[in-house]
Ligand binder design. Structure first.
Ligand SMILES: [Zn+2]
Ligand SMILES: [Zn+2]
Length: 153
């Protein structure tokens, strides 16, 4: 993909306050303001714009899982419209939908009551409570943008 290095070069010049690092998968690390990229990603350009959009929107911490979903949606929105236009990159809708579906599935599995299968509400950062049987359960540390994705078939 000949356009890949040049987009990365342009982006790292335009966002000189961010650190760009090669890694296993795309990820935005707010603490060190680092965009980790995966040079082998088949949708390199789109994912790079997405992670930089997290940086532009200053996405850091969130309290509820649903806030993470909102951040993902906002970052894709910015990437798909303004960033894609600015850098002349096409962000295929399929990538965006696949990514958002991944987050929705993740949220669904976290919020489903392990006791009765009903839907639960998030009552603390790592705790849900069932609206039907009223029991609660713990969930893992919420995943960052690192979660995902990858094979779109
Ligand atoms: Zn239940
Ligand atoms: Zn993201």
């Amino acid at each position: 993909m000949p356009s890949t290095p040049s987009l990365l070069e342009r982006i790292s010049e335009d966002f000189a306050d961010l650190t760009f690092e090669n890694g296993q998968h795309f990820e935005w690390q707010p603490d060190s303001r680092t965009v980790v990229y995966d040079i082998d990603d088949p949708y390199f350009d789109a994912h790079l714009l997405h992670e930089v959009s997290h940086a532009i929107l200053n996405h850091t911490k969130y309290d509820r899982d649903i806030d993470l979903i909102a951040m993902e949606r906002d970052a894709w929105q910015l990437a798909k419209v303004e960033m894609a236009e600015r850098y002349g990159v096409r962000v295929p809708a399929s990538i965006l939908h696949y990514d958002m579906d991944t987050y929705r599935d993740w949220l669904h599995s976290r919020s489903t009551c392990p006791h009765c299968g009903s839907n639960g509400l998030q009552v603390k950062k790592r705790e849900y409570r069932c609206v039907t049987c009223l029991r609660s359960w713990k969930v893992n540390e919420a995943r960052s943008c690192a979660l995902r994705r990858y094979r779109i078939t």
